[in-house]
Design a protein around this ligand. Structure first.
Ligand code: ATP
Ligand code: PRP
Length: 218
């Protein structure tokens, strides 16, 4: 049996065409079913549904043979383990769930001036490692405030001066009167594979990885 870890929503939806290329169809709709293990048309392949940020953990410790996770999630996961995310390969950038990691502030906050003056900036984010590294590289002093969601609210309520969050269309920022002032990195999702599984189930996993590779969107 091959177990693939996916998160509900955009990663699940955008992985379906890649599975299709491997001849795999998921037999249940995660938006309708409460099941966490989904069967496929192949008796040897099942999909497990986990939180986006739990995908690397499942793959690293062998709870799943492979999975799909955002670059953001992989960087934060790697750091949480002290840079020791051993036991996992990242053979493919799947070029799905594309967005960017950015710094945003209220439209009336002069970010460039705060940076120039060397002020301490309060930054709210779920992505503390990416934020810490970014501001350290720029030599900007920041107080990081860890949040688990709705980052956009932080500058509006006075909790923080800035946020580090994912941006795609920019609609969420606009709806909350925030402006993007810096782009930190491009984000897309990668295939992650458990190293031991790749040895033990070499042939079927190779076939799946090759099929995914052939179907990566441009
Ligand atoms: P968790 O449930 O673990 O808190 P999450 O809510 O961030 O995670 P999703 O919103 O499904 O999970 O996002 C999954 C991945 O998709 C993210 O890790 C990121 O790489 C990417 N992503 C997030 N937001 C967008 C977006 N607006 N457009 C495109 N890709 C996105
Ligand atoms: C993500 C991200 C931003 C939004 C950006 O949230 O956290 O809030 O997308 O996309 P946009 O620039 O196209 O508006 P998402 O929609 O995934 O909500 P969630 O993280 O709360 O699930």
């Amino acid at each position: 049996m091959i177990t693939l870890a996916l998160s509900k929503g955009r990663i699940f939806e955008e992985t379906l065409p890649l599975l299709q290329a491997a001849g795999i169809t998921v037999l249940e709709n995660p938006e309708k079913s409460r099941k966490l293990i989904l069967a496929t048309n192949s008796p040897e392949v099942q999909v497990v549904l986990v939180r986006a940020s739990d995908v690397p953990t499942y793959v690293q410790y062998g709870g799943a043979d492979l999975g799909v996770a955002g670059r953001d999630v992989l960087i934060e996961h790697n750091h949480a383990l002290g840079g020791n995310a051993a036991g996992m390969y990242q053979p493919l950038d799947l070029n799905i769930a594309r967005c960017r990691m950015s710094v945003a502030v209220r439209d009336d906050f002069d970010y460039a001036r705060a940076v120039k003056q060397g002020s301490r900036i309060r930054v709210a984010t779920k992505y503390t490692e990416i934020a810490r590294q970014h501001f350290a590289d720029k030599g900007v002093h920041v107080d990081l405030i860890k949040l688990y969601g709705s980052m956009e609210l932080a500058p509006l309520t006075g909790l923080a001066d800035a946020i580090v969050d994912l941006v795609s269309t920019g609609n969420t920022l606009k709806a909350n009167r925030l402006v993007e002032v810096e782009q930190i990195m491009d984000i897309s999702s990668r295939l992650v594979v458990n190293q031991a599984a790749l040895k033990l189930k070499r042939e079927p996993l190779r076939r799946m990885i090759d099929a995914f590779a052939s179907a990566i969107p441009k």
